[in-house]
Design a protein around this ligand. Structure first.
Ligand code: C2E
Ligand code: MG
Ligand code: MG
Ligand code: MG
Length: 288
C-alpha cells in the first residue's frame, strides 16, 4: 500500500501538462501505427423510408479492429484523430474503403444503393477534400450519386467562402450532403438555406425524448416543417422502439435509422438487408 501511495504522490508532483501530453503522444503513436497496419474497418447501418421501410441508404461507421482490445468505438479514436490531425489521413482511408466496398458490391451484382460517409470539419477545411473524393470515385468507378457526406453543424459554422464553394462543388457532382446530429450545434436557418443541403438528420437525443417529454413532439414537428420548407429530407437518428417509429410516422418524418431497424453491421451482413424491405407493424388507429 505504501508503495502505491508513494507512486501516487510521485505522479501528483508531476506537472499535469506533461502527463496529459504523454498520454496524447501515446494515443497518437498508437493511432498512427493502426493506420499503417490497416486496422480500420467499416460497419454499415441502414437508413430506411419511415413509411414503406424501403432501404434508402446506409451509413459507413468506422471501427478500429485492435489486435488485443477487439473492436474499438469511433467515440474513442475519432476525437484523438481530430486532435492530432491524423483525421486527414484516416478520413481519406475511410473514403477509399467506402468506395472500395461499393465497387465490391457492384461487381457482385448487388443493387447500387447510396452510402454516407462521416466527414470531420478538419477534413472539409483541408482544402483538397474534393480532389480526394474525386480520385476515390474514379479509382473504384463509383458514380457520385452513390456517395453522401455527413457533415456536422460545426462544419457549416465557418463562414469561410472556401467551404461553401467546396460544398457547392460536391453538390454539382451529384453528391448528397447531410447535416448530422442536427439540433446539438449552433447552425442557423440561414446557413442551412444558404448551403443548400439535402438531408437533415435530427440528433438521437430528440428521438429519445419522443413519448417521454410532451414538448418533444412539438419540437420534432417544428424541425420537420423547417426542413421540408427548405426542401430537405428529414431523418430521425437513434430510433429504438416501435412507439418512436409510429410517432415519427405521424410527424411526417421521411426516413429513420436506429437499433429498432438495424444496428451497424459488418459488410458481409448488408447484402441480405439490401434486397429486403423492412416490414413495419401498422400504427394503432387514432381518432383525431
Ligand atoms: P454519428 O455519425 O451520429 O453516428 C451515429 C452513432 O449512433 C453511431 O455510433 C451509431 O452506432 C449510433 N446509433 C445508431 N443507432 C442508434 C440507436 O438506435 N441508439 C443509440 N443509442 N445509438 C445509435 P458510432 O458508430 O459509435 O459512431 C459514433 C460517432 O463517431 C458518429 O456519430 C460519428 O460522429 C463518429 N464517426 C464514426 N465513424 C466516423 C468516420 O468514419 N469519420 C468521422 N469523421 N467520424 C466518424
Ligand atoms: Mg453520421
Ligand atoms: Mg448522427
Ligand atoms: Mg450522433
Amino acid at each position: 500500500a505504501a508503495k502505491s501511495e508513494g507512486k501516487k504522490r510521485f505522479r501528483f508532483y508531476q506537472p499535469q501538462l506533461s502527463e496529459r501530453l504523454q498520454i496524447k503522444i501515446e494515443n497518437e503513436n498508437a493511432l498512427r501505427l493502426a493506420i499503417e497496419r490497416d486496422e480500420f474497418v467499416l460497419y454499415f447501418q441502414p437508413r430506411v423510408n419511415a413509411v414503406s421501410g424501403e432501404f434508402c441508404s446506409m451509413e459507413a461507421l468506422a471501427r478500429w479492429r485492435h489486435p488485443v482490445r477487439g473492436i474499438v468505438s469511433p467515440l474513442e479514436f475519432i476525437p484523438v484523430a481530430e486532435e492530432t490531425g491524423l483525421i486527414l489521413q484516416l478520413g481519406e482511408l475511410i473514403i477509399r474503403k467506402a468506395c472500395a466496398q461499393l465497387a465490391q458490391w457492384r461487381i457482385a451484382g448487388l443493387p447500387l444503393l447510396p452510402m454516407s460517409v462521416n466527414v470531420s470539419s478538419r477534413q472539409l477545411n483541408q482544402g483538397n477534400l474534393n480532389d480526394i473524393i474525386a480520385s476515390a470515385l474514379a479509382e473504384y468507378a463509383i458514380t457520385p450519386a452513390q456517395l453522401e457526406l455527413e457533415l456536422t453543424e460545426s462544419c457549416m459554422m465557418a463562414d469561410a467562402i472556401e467551404v461553401a464553394e467546396e460544398l457547392a462543388s460536391f453538390r454539382k457532382l451529384g453528391i448528397k450532403l447531410l447535416v448530422d446530429d442536427f439540433g446539438t450545434g449552433y447552425s442557423s436557418l440561414s446557413q442551412l438555406q444558404r448551403l443548400d443541403l439535402d438531408v437533415l438528420k435530427v440528433d438521437k437525443a430528440f428521438t429519445a425524448e419522443l413519448g417521454v417529454r410532451a414538448e418533444s413532439e412539438v419540437l420534432f414537428n417544428a424541425m420537420v416543417s423547417m426542413a421540408h420548407a427548405l426542401r430537405m429530407t428529414v431523418v430521425a437518428e437513434g430510433v429504438e422502439t416501435e412507439a418512436q417509429l409510429h410517432l415519427l410516422q405521424a410527424l411526417h418524418c421521411d426516413e429513420v435509422q436506429g437499433y429498432y431497424i438495424s444496428h451497424p453491421v459488418p459488410a458481409a451482413d448488408i447484402p441480405p438487408l439490401m434486397q429486403r424491405r423492412y416490414l413495419f407493424p401498422a400504427a394503432p388507429v387514432t381518432l383525431d
